[in-house]
Design a protein around this ligand. Sequence first.
Ligand code: SER
Ligand code: ZN
Length: 521
Amino acid sequence: MLFELEAVLEFSGDIGSKKSEIEEVLSNTDKGLFKKGAPKGKEGEASQLKEWSIEGNKLKVKIVSGRYVRAPDALLRLRNQLNLLGAKIKVGIRKIEIKKLEVKGVELGREPKEPVKIAFYVDKIELKGDKADIIFGPSLTVDVIEGGGVDRVIELVIEKAGRQEYEGKAEIKKLLREGKQRKMFTDKDPSVELEKMKWIRRTHSKGQFVYGRNFTSLVNALRDIMIENLYKPLGFMEMIFPKFEPWDVPKKSGHAKSIYPDAYYVMVPKVSSPKEWEDVMDYFRITGEIHRESIMKKVEPVGILSYAQCPPFWQFLEGKILRADTSLPLKVYDWSGPTYRNEAGGTHGIARVEEFHRAETLFIGSPEQVKKMAEEVEEKLTFIFDELLELETKKYSVVPWWMAQEGEKKLSDNEVEGVGTVDFEAYLPYRGERAKSEWLEIQNISIIGDKYPKAFSVKSSKGELWSGCAGGSFERWICAFLAQKGFERDKWPNEIKRRVKLVNELNEAKFTNAEDEIEFA
Ligand code: SER
Ligand code: ZN
């Protein structure tokens, strides 16, 4: 890898008369300044000042390097040194302009099939077999260099070239366990039936439903089953996680790398005085419509609606050290509200919704504690799905959810022992034969390792801190349950049957809508 950089350092005054002092600093670059930190014997691959000239208040430099003390870093060292000199010669650096930065021969590890593009700071990426030359553009600033931006651009180019390999390929998953084959009681799509029976009704929003009383009773039955058979015996307690994530959360969780096409955005007014909003108000009064364009000018995006549910929890522990003896392991669950996804691939009844009600289970502790808790949670969930709900499921090891959500489709090369995600999938007879149809993911359990503690600066007072989580939604549990068991309550497993109360059984007045006389459930 070769770096070629040209920059103009602009001083606060003429430096023609200070040439000898400046020259002394520049002549030092070859001795120490540009070589310090390079491994012994590799000093030749460190930066070298190729050319320089002075004109008025400007110093022009050309720096080249190999992989050690790269040219952009050498420029920062030179700037600092000249600033120190500034005190003596009474002129300081006012501005630095990067005239050229080219990184040649970046090894990609494979020959990309398509061009690789980067939207910021880069003019062009020239591919030469399995190598790339990156030509930075005029928007590159010293601040970006100082923030490590050049290295990140190089990493991103390599990552994008690598991603082309497995883009479009099916998700890699490994079968871990095949549950018992069960008798199926229907081959109908429960979402269609639920709508017909008025147990649920679509709203004006894509992938969102109002859930009626019967359906909610089913939800609560599942909730009670989970509390009695999973949370209570394992000592989990309930918490309430926020459902709005300020940008800091996706920045730390890594979702900010790729969440944009899948997120619901949260906007707030830039100015909240009613006067500022008068045009939008007037427009609605006159036309009965919403003036979106005008609204967009007056709001700014402050974050997203919760997507994965557990990331905003970490703000609770952020920056803290947990006392290992008294606070760990920490076992909590959150069932306090929905999370949101913009499902580009379309929604489908309650099998794929955009407003998604998940029971999020979260555990934190030493690596041993987290591994043990994941095992216990998995065991209890297996018992619930198999023995209590009598569902036909399969268990797979899959690409971890956080990697998938950060745009990664394959397991990482630097996998940590024990870290990963297990999915439960349920058979949906309405989608076709067992072997040929797509099953529904109804639950995941993960050991996440130190990712979240690191991202949110949370430590243990003793040893490493790990976390894990598990997620399942009542929409999908119920979808799987009704798809397999049907709607005849007598055929339902006792655990559910005994807990569900239906409206007509309660002998409650059925309420009707005057206009189209429908009985709601
Ligand atoms: N947070 C995990 C997910 O998004 C588990 O719920 O899938
Ligand atoms: Zn989670």
